[in-house]
Design a protein around this ligand. Structure first.
Ligand code: NAD
Length: 256
């Protein structure tokens, strides 16, 4: 799969799954703009190894005005936006009656509303240029629920629904929209949940094992590199009729 000449934007790609997908797209020849906070220089250095042009935009995915600036930046500075990967996401675990309203609002804004904003802003250019791929990184929590994750589960189910609507609105065009639903991936977002178990008294090994054993029958983490390969496939012409899918890669999580 050769993505030479294609321009990709991956939100929340300074670590974890987003960085894994950005790397795979860059390795296939795409020019890649990443977004996100934290170790931007480190992420850009890793991506730069692939020899294609890379960039970063610091938009806060909770702010529609900054999202609009980011899409305009990519189209102006790189000339197009062909592959949009909506990946930025946050988590908060607490019972619904104790859930902080501010955390609920932030999760809905970053994990769900941002996908609406990037999509509505990127689609006109994709339609004009006659090609596009929109990949929404949802979760197994877009398909099934877990206790303590009301906002995340609501947002991810919303992402799966939004994916289907956009896929229908683009069904007769060369633009596809699909969701990827990962199970557990060992990233900073999941490390926080392992750390919480360690703080409650488990050893790090036990905490990792218990986290997997509760949900993921393979007892192995999915890797960002594996998700990068699935993302690349969904960008290919072989995937041109994959539309509105919510494709789980989850060690058997939702087969149960
Ligand atoms: P991560 O914490 O490694 O990365 C999150 C990224 O989002 C970082 O680049 C961070 O800077 C960025 N980000 C956070 N808030 C932001 C904001 N307001 N604006 C812009 N960027 C922001 O997390 P990850 O585990 O790689 O998660 C990536 C996506 O995959 C998320 O949508 C998450 O819900 C989803 N996911 C993760 C898992 C998992 O097990 N790790 C499983 C299923 C789905």
């Amino acid at each position: 799969m050769n993505l030479k000449g294609k321009i990709a934007l991956v939100t929340g790609a300074t670590s974890g799954i987003g960085l894994g997908i950005a790397e795979r797209l860059a390795a296939a020849g795409a020019q890649v703009v990443i977004n996100g906070f934290g170790d931007v220089a480190g992420a850009l250095a890793e991506l730069g190894r692939h020899g294609t042009r890379v960039g970063h935009h610091p938009a806060d995915m909770a702010d529609p005005a900054q999202i609009a600036e980011m899409i305009a930046y990519v189209e102006r500075e790189f000339g197009a936006l062909d592959i949009l990967v909506n990946n930025a996401g946050i988590q908060h675990v607490e019972a619904v009656e104790d859930f902080p309203v501010e955390r609920w609002n932030a999760i809905i804004a970053i994990n769900l509303s941002a996908v609406f904003h990037t999509t509505r802003l990127a689609l006109p250019g994709m339609r004009r240029r006659g090609w596009g791929r929109i990949l929404n990184i949802a979760s197994t929590h877009g398909l099934v629920a877990s206790a303590g994750k009301s906002a995340y589960v609501a947002a991810k189910h919303g992402v799966v629904g939004l994916t289907k609507s956009v896929a229908l609105e683009t069904a007769t065009t060369p633009i596809t929209c699909n969701a990827i639903c990962p199970g557990w991936v060992l990233t900073p977002l999941v490390q926080q949940q392992i750390d919480a178990r360690v703080a409650a008294g488990a050893s790090p090994e036990q905490a990792r094992h218990d986290l997997l054993a509760e949900k993921q029958p393979s007892l192995e983490f999915v890797t960002p590199a594996q998700l990068g390969e699935l993302a690349l496939f969904l960008c290919s012409e072989a995937a041109a009729q994959v539309r509105g899918a919510a494709w789980n890669m989850d060690g058997g999580w939702v087969a149960q």
